[in-house]
Design a protein around this ligand. Structure first.
Ligand code: CTP
Length: 435
């Protein structure tokens, strides 16, 4: 449920904001305000951070816009605080980076025009009102002035506050989804994250954008970026379901993600990820689950449409193939030998193992994977290395690999604990004279 602050007077906003942010971020706000005053510029916190502040949600990035010149203000702040400034290639933007890696993104107020649907916008300097009007949804048009007269007053030019209170995702003008179709993905992300609803005209225009096939003009890179961000949400399964339900995944490829088998699989992934010791990149596991729930022949076309190429494409394709092979290998025997478990699993990435856990059907297979994850994986980590083998008199070459691999397997079944145990074992089994 939305929980906007009811005290929106500047003094109250100031004290609430001060209480919310770290000391270093607060100092950065104060310095920003002073530098902007000196340069006679007006500076505002904008977008998601203001929305999240009003919802009392955790804000991760602090975005600032300045009516003036972003990089000039950035230089002044950095000079005053002795921090670094990162210039960006985008229009008049920069970032001030604090010692603890906290970052303040500074942009210059701008308006955007789109030459054709889904084009990258052409930008020009503008007023704060125009800058807020170019944004995706009303709840992201809220701004907090940081300096000068009316410091800490809330700018609510497009009824963002009312929509935040009513839990509505609403676009600002009827061409919004045509200008930037990524907003369709963003709309659902906010709808699900905040448990809000799409305002009725917004809902209608989103459907029309899907019917008009505007997504065909959107680069795979931009769509994949949105999908990734969605899969990075805390519990993304319902988001993916909703994308499928309204036809957004079909804009990527008609066969991407079979919702019946796919939802079950993603739910299992979600459950598994919550009590996993190792931390795979979660979005990759969900994406693997989505691909796994896509007919084989459509997987490569999905990757191509999303501009996923080279190593990254191979990672997804090969993970799925090796997960299938591993399932077959583990399914064969009832009581699985540690060496068989190790051989089946040790080449898989953490992400592929997470998918495997979700796919395992029999108790035997589940136990095998868990025992690898919880025990054998670590047991197979050797204490000796190539340097130790040289000290023992072995010459570098294929024997090295043979010794180390054999030792790993021995560690799984024999009582070898310390480095001395390993050296004893090597000396008993291998002879340097013969290497
Ligand atoms: N924005 C937009 N249209 C887009 C992307 C971004 O209007 N396609 C604007 C919105 O005002 C948004 C701000 O740029 O609030 C910052 O973008 P982003 O960081 O993507 O949005 P957040 O709301 O901060 O997203 P999140 O909470 O998911 O990090």
């Amino acid at each position: 449920m939305p929980n906007p602050k009811n005290t929106l007077q500047p003094d109250s906003i100031r004290s609430q904001l001060k209480a919310k942010v770290s000391k270093s971020v607060w100092k950065l706000f104060e310095t920003t305000a002073t530098c902007a005053d000196n340069l006679k510029m007006d500076v505002y916190l904008v977008g998601g951070c203001v929305r999240d502040f009003l919802l009392d949600a955790e804000a991760l990035d602090w975005d600032i816009v300045v009516q003036g010149d972003g990089p000039e203000l950035g230089e002044a702040i950095a000079a005053k605080l002795g921090f670094k400034i990162q210039k960006k290639s985008q229009f008049l933007t920069c970032a001030v980076v604090l010692e603890n890696e906290d970052k303040l993104d500074i942009a210059t107020t701008r308006s955007e025009t789109y030459k054709h649907p889904a084009a990258l916008p052409e930008v020009q300097k503008s007023s704060i009102d125009e800058d807020l009007f170019r944004r995706d949804f009303t709840i992201n048009t809220l701004a907090l002035k940081l300096n000068g007269e009316n410091a800490f007053s809330l700018i609510n030019k497009y009824d963002g506050l009312e929509d935040l209170n009513s839990g509505l995702i609403k676009i600002l003008h009827s061409k919004s989804f045509l200008d930037d179709p990524t907003r369709a993905f963003r709309a659902i992300r906010y709808e699900k994250r905040f448990e809000f609803s799409l305002e009725s005209e917004t809902n209608q225009l989103l459907k029309e954008a899907i019917d008009a096939k505007v997504f065909d003009r959107l680069s795979g890179f931009r769509i994949f970026n949105e999908l990734k961000r969605t899969l990075q949400e805390k519990r993304p399964v319902s988001y993916v379901q909703r994308y499928k339900e309204i036809g957004l995944l079909q804009c990527i490829h008609p066969n991407l993600f079979d919702p019946t088998s796919g939802t079950k699989l993603l739910n299992k992934i979600e459950k598994g990820l919550h009590h996993l010791k190792d931390t795979p990149e979660k979005w990759k596991v969900y994406f693997l689950g989505m691909l796994y729930s896509t007919p084989k022949k459509s997987r490569q076309p999905c990757l191509s449409r999303l501009d996923i190429k080279g190593k990254e494409a191979s990672f997804f394709q090969e993970s799925i193939e090796s997960v299938d092979k591993t399932l077959i290998a583990l399914d064969k025997t009832e009581d699985i030998d540690p060496i068989v478990i190790y051989e089946a699993l040790h080449r898989l990435s953490d992400e592929a193992i997470s998918l495997l856990i979700a796919l395992a059907k029999t108790e035997g297979v589940k136990k095998a994977i868990t025992s690898y994850n919880d025990y054998y994986r670590e047991r197979a980590i050797l204490k000796v290395n190539g340097g130790d083998l040289i000290k023992l008199g072995f010459s570098p070459g294929p024997t090295f690999q043979n010794i180390l691999e054999s030792l790993k397997k021995a560690r799984l079944t024999e009582n070898i604990q310390t480095k001395d145990d390993e050296i004893d074992w090597i000396q008993k089994k291998f002879n340097p004279e013969k290497s």
